[in-house]
Design a protein around this ligand. Structure first.
Ligand code: NAG
Ligand code: NAG
Length: 195
């Protein structure tokens, strides 16, 4: 066999190098695609299911450690409903009506007085759960809360963790309200479709 000239060897290794670079860039190009179609099983999604969660929401506005604080006061006293008020909340969610019962999560977000004719709140909050397998998963709720109604329904517009692709609704019922302090305990039932 004839000896391979050195020049040919260098040329071959250069081609090999270029070939590897080209193949590698083809393989990684996928991750630069802006969009692609996936099957739900690609994300490990199985069958959609319906879950019911039940807990108590503690809206503490009084005392030294309130969990709800007004961050915007209504500009004037024109409306008896406090229209324009905005409060930020980090309200504990417990398994029983007592605040000392097991903490299952927190409701973090805002509520704002959005009605000039009744006690109607805009609620925009995330339930951050910390109980069992739900620890670290969350639900996002956005809805209208007319607090004097026996049952208020608000949409669940999404979720994270075990609640990815969540949709559903919550029903809120006032369990106790202290007119002196303004503190309230609200019972929540959440019905949520997720995978
Ligand atoms: C307006 O609201 C403030 C705070 O609640 C209250 O102290 C004041 O008396 C009110 N003014 C009128 C005119 O109602
Ligand atoms: C929830 O998860 C956090 C972070 O992974 C962990 O520190 C915490 O102990 C967990 N809580 C419960 C109740 O399992």
């Amino acid at each position: 066999m004839a000896k391979t000239p050195l020049g040919a060897l260098i040329l071959t290794s250069d081609f090999l190098f270029l070939f590897i670079v080209y193949t590698f860039s083809l393989a990684t190009a996928k991750s630069h695609h802006f969009s692609r179609t996936l099957s739900p099983t690609n994300l490990g999604l199985k069958k959609e299911k319906l879950s019911h969660l039940h807990f108590y929401f503690h809206d503490i506005v009084s005392g030294r450690n309130p969990s709800a604080i007004k961050v915007v006061l209504p500009p004037n006293n024109a409306s008896s409903t406090g229209f324009g008020m905005v409060a930020m909340i980090d309200d504990p969610l417990t398994v029983k009506p007592e605040i000392s019962s097991k903490l299952v999560g927190r409701a973090q977000g805002i509520y704002a007085s959005a009605s000039q004719s009744e006690d109607g709140l805009l609620m925009a909050m995330n339930f951050a759960f910390m109980e069992g397998k739900y620890n670290g998963s969350g639900l996002s709720v956005l809805g209208r809360n007319v607090v004097l109604l026996t049952v208020r329904e608000m949409p669940i517009i999404g979720g994270s963790g075990l609640f990815r692709f969540a949709r559903g609704y919550v029903q809120a019922r006032t369990h106790t309200y202290n007119p002196k302090t303004g503190d309230a305990v609200v019972e929540y039932d959440a019905y949520v479709l997720h995978y």
